[in-house]
Design a protein around this ligand. Structure first.
Ligand SMILES: [Mg+2]
Length: 369
């Protein structure tokens, strides 16, 4: 089926309540929704997830003017060819990958709807019906973080991800407090978001945290410090999960070659789309390495794409992924959502990415009017 039109729409999604980490506090998210219409009139949707960056208006406007004309008339069966065209559009800025991902995701959604198949079937079929998810503990006062941890355990999460990195004493007090509030079998990981200033600081913190049962350290050092991360991997008991350091498969290859990762955290948006994410998984898989899936503050559209990759990749880690960002919004563009039950994400049902767009909400949340 030929692509008849592509529209890139900046939208603002409000959080239910503010979200915080080592970088700041956030009340809403700016992202883009891509609508690809085929010649049959069917529509596919994708999300341009921007993480904490701004600039969605410009990105949508520029891609609408420069990229979209090259896509009109292309066939939805030819995603490989379309990815090559999109690669030519991508500039040196990695932000281009975020736009590419939103467009590519929309074409997968449309292709699935044309065939009446979920996207995971187009990726080789689902290997699991549900995906383990971490319970999130944001960066707050220690007592509030402990309360969040207790609540997450009550909801059935079996592994908690604790944001750390700004204050060493507070971080250790918090992890200790959380450990004392929850059952022994609940696993812990910490995400420093690159905040520890050097390898020895990170080692000292992780040695102390390991005593409280912290098994995984997510991006403990700056993403450029591959040598430090490799050293840390050899000199602590924690597994090193690389997040900020991994965008596409080239980054994955670099980290694996440097011996700097035990696990890779994959984002559809940073990888430049569903095919790009699959390439990161495949690159890791060639070295018997597993991946987890990260969560941008992305809405239901981006989260559904992540769920399909999670369903279909053979080397999705048994350690939980983070596909839960969609649950923290006060409003979103779809009529349907996904459900996290007892710490597991249930796969979306239906053709394409498996959500039903709410055109009225999309109109109400768009940020360019
Ligand atoms: Mg992270």
């Amino acid at each position: 089926m030929k692509i008849r039109s592509v529209e890139l729409i900046p939208v603002t999604l409000p959080y239910l309540k503010p979200v915080s980490d080592a970088w700041g506090v956030y009340r809403e998210v700016h992202c883009g929704i891509v609508c690809v219409t085929g010649e049959s009139g069917l529509k596919g949707y994708g999300e341009i997830s921007l993480a904490w960056f701004g600039g969605v208006h410009n990105m949508c406007r520029d891609a609408q003017a420069e990229w979209v004309p090259r896509l009109i008339g292309m066939d939805t069966r030819e995603i490989t060819r379309m990815n090559a065209v999109l690669d030519q559009c991508c500039t040196f800025s990695r932000r281009s990958l975020l736009v590419k991902a939103g467009i590519e995701m929309a074409v997968w959604d449309l292709r699935g709807k044309e065939l009446g198949l979920p996207v995971y079937d187009l990726l080789g079929g689902k290997l699991r019906d549900r995906v383990p998810i971490t319970g999130g503990v944001g960066m707050l006062a220690p007592e509030e973080m402990a309360a969040q941890a207790v609540q997450a355990v009550k909801e059935g999460y079996e592994e908690l991800k604790i944001k750390v990195g700004l204050d060493e004493k507070k971080d250790l007090d918090t992890v200790s407090m959380i450990r004392n509030c929850i059952p022994d079998h609940i696993r812990l990981r910490v995400d420093a978001n690159m905040a520890w200033k050097d390898r020895k600081t990170a080692r000292r913190m992780l040695d102390a945290m390991y005593a409280y049962g912290v098994e995984i350290a997510e991006q403990p050092l700056d993403y450029h410090d591959l040598k430090g991360l490799a050293w840390l991997r050899d000199n602590t008991h924690c597994r090193i999960l690389i997040d900020e350091g991994i965008w596409d498969w080239r980054d994955a290859a670099g980290y694996i070659a440097a011996g700097a990762a035990d696990l890779l955290h994959v984002y559809i948006c940073e990888a430049g789309g569903i095919e790009g994410a699959r390439r990161v998984f495949n690159t890791a898989g060639a070295f018997s390495m597993d991946c987890t899936i990260g969560s941008m503050p992305e809405g239901i559209v981006g989260a559904c794409a992540a769920a399909h990759i999670a369903a279909a990749m053979p080397n999705l880690s048994a350690y939980p992924s983070d596909i839960r960002g969609f649950a923290v919004f006060g409003d979103d563009v779809a009529k349907t959502s996904m459900r996290i039950q007892n710490g597991y994400l249930e796969l979306p049902k239906g053709p394409g990415l498996g959500f039903e767009m709410d055109e009225e909400k999309l109109e109400a949340l768009r940020a360019d009017r």
